[in-house]
Design a protein around this ligand. Sequence first.
Ligand code: PEP
Length: 259
Amino acid sequence: MSNSSRKYLIAGNWKMNKNATEGVELAEDIVSQLGSKTSVGVVVCPPYTALESVGKAISESNIQLGSQNMNPEASGAYTGEISAEMLRSLFVTHAILGHSERRALFHENDAFINKKVLAALANNLRPILCVGETLEERESNKTIDIVSAQIRKGLEGVGEDQAENIVVAYEPVWAIGTGKTATPEMAQEVHAAIRKVLSELLGEEKADKVRILYGGSMKPENAPELLAQPDIDGGLIGGAALTARSFVGIVEAAAELAG
Ligand code: PEP
């Protein structure tokens, strides 16, 4: 793989798709097509209502369970919200935090996302912290500044000892669900900049261990080239995670590179 100290991670973000029954069908298909491959980490992130049933469907496999969000508070009067402890009780191991849809549609800011990151880590959940620029920001050459600020603010207060539990996902907003993918070179440039910020925050040795996923219209056809970049350590997959064949195709591309 690009860096032997990092194992590829492919995470599927199902978004608001699949009820509990449909989720089990998809998870069972993924399990049977994936077999017992262990060279790549695999996470599926169904909606909250399918976490329990999907968790059971993958319990005998190497696939791990993730949530798409999480509230930073431990409990209390937060109608409609779900805590880290509730997720842990369903054997969830990862939480997607700060997805661009949550930032844009639900007005989540960096400070709130940072509270979630800290609460996730305190509860033994691995945050998948999402960052990325809009088309307008890219066109005005602000990509690196925007993404670096999102990383600094999102990881404020995270200690070096937690570095190995952090996952970052670079998802250019203009590439999500649009069919437009960043070229491997464009993505690598931002991933390298993210790793530089991580080394300022956590030290170079720890920063080298953080997995930085690419997200934005990744599919089996473009995955090999993206995943071959030195600082691209996996993918956060939306649309292509909704069918077993395409999701497993991306995992296979990573497995091929992992050797
Ligand atoms: C996502 O929403 O995290 C994502 C990357 O979506 P898509 O793969 O559909 O672009």
